[in-house]
Design a protein around this ligand. Structure first.
Ligand code: PEP
Length: 249
């Protein structure tokens, strides 16, 4: 049985005090979720929020880590540093990192490698932009993203990977993939994992949907066989909405 999961991605939102307030609220209200729950916070929150959530089922993710091990890389935060905060996960390959910070397949391959080597579990994001979907190229795009950055992993390493299909045209736009579009793509992604790592590994791989998933559409998306949960941006910033999405899973 693969893990069902709802993960939040706070992005560059919330001061430390605001983040602590939301994490405290979630700790007090999410006690027995029927799925794994992860919150992705800015680096500066990680240590405090990880400490605060000790004893809670909620786990913590970084939203990025460096593609270098250590040393003279001013402003960067390494996977080892993330791990030392108590965070268990790291979101990698988010479309905002790919688009605004030019993270290409090779850079992401390094980040995934360093995350795994340091005991972090990557939540690896893939997805096509609007023009690619309109040209019917979505399958070839996600295939190339997987082949470019994570299909080099061993079968054992693969067990620590969670995938998130996030059509870029749906992120923060209010446009959501239809349940049919999500299911079709998730099934395709699972078939690629099966080709590479075998049927059982594919069955065990958690594939989240992300892109304007909210408290209103979550249940319909999660009802699909291959949609194992969600990676949630905007709606993860409001405790009540995030809780409703968790309840829908
Ligand atoms: C995201 O950025 O991962 C995301 C899914 O954002 P939103 O839910 O706001 O579309």
């Amino acid at each position: 049985m693969r893990t069902k999961m709802v993960a939040g991605n706070w992005k560059m939102n919330k001061t430390l005090q605001e983040g602590v307030a939301l994490a405290t609220e979630l700790k007090e209200t999410v006690k027995n979720p029927s799925c794994a729950v992860v919150i992705g916070t800015p680096f500066i929150h990680l240590a405090t929020v990880s400490e605060l959530l000790k004893g809670s089922p909620i786990k913590v993710a970084a939203e990025n880590c460096a593609d270098k091990d250590k040393g003279a890389f001013t402003g960067e935060v390494s996977a080892a540093m993330v791990k030392s905060t108590g965070a268990e996960y790291v979101i990698l390959g988010h479309s905002e990192r790919r688009a605004y910070y030019h993270e290409d397949y090779a850079i992401l391959r390094e980040k995934v490698r360093l995350a795994l080597d340091n005991g972090l579990k990557p939540i690896f994001c893939i997805g096509e932009v609007k023009e690619e979907r309109e040209a019917g190229k979505q399958n070839e795009i996600v295939k190339a993203q997987l082949e470019g950055s994570v299909f080099n992993l061993t079968a054992e390493e693969w067990n620590n990977i969670t995938l998130a299909y996030e059509p870029v045209w749906a992120i923060g736009t209010g446009l959501t993939a239809t349940p049919e579009q999500a299911q079709e793509m998730h099934a395709y992604i699972r078939s690629l994992v099966a080709e590479k790592y075998g049927k059982q590994a594919a069955e065990d791989t958690t594939i989240l949907y992300g892109g304007s998933c909210n408290e209103k559409n979550a249940a319909e998306l999660f009802a699909n066989e291959d949609v194992d949960g969600g990676l949630i941006g905007g709606a993860a910033l409001i405790g009540e909405k995030f809780r409703a999405i968790i309840a829908a899973r």
